[in-house]
Design a binder for this molecule. Structure first.
Ligand SMILES: [Zn+2]
Length: 340
């Protein structure tokens, strides 16, 4: 009997601990809890005390939602009706900040953080705030471009990841999900490309992949696209070993260099993929390779590589089941016209 009591007490304690782990206490947001606010919106365990007039003027969805009489059983806190939202506290906080303070999320070329931009993009789409939505799309579009010329233009974006030291596979996976949600397909080829430049294991181990927040269809697109991209990358690198060329002036040296380079780039090193050179890396990435070839071989390989890069760029959307660049560019132009 004593053992059973001890077990029940233990289970009760575990349940209590679980409760305290799963459900932290409800708290007020430090910035967005205005004394003269007249509506409380709660996301997860965070309360935002805001102004009905501001929220409803900026978000038609809230106007509709709050125009209905609130159920009598809705709790009142500080004299305000509490409306619970299904969003994360992080997303809601960023979204409300962007609504209240224009300088918090300015249009490009102002800098922006990828992770925050995705939160604002997702909720501005959901709650129908077109200006904010376009601003978020404009930020993502500075990095996720539709032409190879834009891709090669350095420093064209002020968009950065929050954790620049860690793997960006995780935020890229979230980006894929949010971008599909808002149907901004023109952003996807380069997002998929960057994501699939990671070793497969890194993608499969990333929290977004494991958490189940990526739908099965998009997981399939990532996996099939990863294999196709890997195939194209390797075939690009194999094309580079077609030296010595007919015009070679140092045949033995060029042949030896190409053999060494081939062995070195095709080797699997640690968690790195075989082949260190991506088709979309600029020629600078292959500098070492060209430098050791004779001038005619070097010139010939550079020309060939440039043609292959262009071909790879043109096929990139198709690797991930997306429409061609022309169609994607039309979608982009329609969505971004009159950027606020
Ligand atoms: Zn040569």
């Amino acid at each position: 009997m004593e053992a059973r009591t001890a077990l029940v007490t233990h289970m009760f304690q575990v349940a209590l601990d679980q409760l305290s782990i799963d459900e932290p206490a409800v708290h007020d947001d430090t910035d967005l809890y205005f004394e003269d606010g007249n509506i409380i919106l709660q996301a997860e365990q965070t309360r935002f005390r805001l102004h009905k007039s501001i929220i409803t003027a900026r978000c038609p969805v809230f106007r509709d939602m709050l125009s209905f009489p609130q159920p009598a059983q809705n709790e009142l806190i500080d004299g305000c009706v509490v409306v619970k939202l299904p969003d994360t506290a992080n997303d809601a906080g960023l979204f409300f900040r962007a609504i209240y303070d224009y300088s918090f999320f300015e249009a490009p070329p102002a800098p922006a953080i990828v992770e925050d931009t995705l939160s604002i993009l997702s909720l501005s789409h959901k709650y129908d705030v077109p200006n904010l939505h376009r601003r978020a799309l404009a930020h993502l579009s500075t990095a996720h471009v539709c032409t190879l010329e834009e891709w090669d233009a350095e420093d064209s974006t002020a968009l950065t990841f929050r954790d620049i030291e860690g793997s960006i596979a995780d935020p890229l996976l979230r980006m894929i999900e949010v971008v599909y949600e808002v149907n901004a397909l023109w952003l996807l080829p380069t997002i998929f490309y960057l994501c699939c430049s990671h070793p497969l294991q890194k993608i499969l181990d990333s929290p977004q992949w494991i958490s189940g927040s990526i739908c099965e269809t998009h997981k399939r697109t990532v996996l099939l696209g990863w294999a196709k991209q890997q195939h194209e990358t390797l075939s690009f690198q194999k094309a580079l070993i077609h030296a010595p060329t007919a015009n070679c002036i140092t045949h033995a040296a060029c042949a030896a260099h190409v053999r060494r380079w081939d062995v070195s780039v095709m080797a699997v090193k640690g968690d790195k993929l075989p082949g260190g050179i991506s088709p979309l890396a600029s020629n600078g990435g292959q500098k070492f390779y060209y430098e050791r070839l004779c001038q005619p071989c070097s010139q010939s390989m550079k020309t060939m590589a440039e043609q292959k890069r262009i071909a790879f760029w043109n096929m990139l959307p198709s690797l991930f089941g997306l429409p061609g660049w022309d169609e994607l560019m039309k979608m982009k132009a329609a969505a971004l016209k009159c950027i606020p």
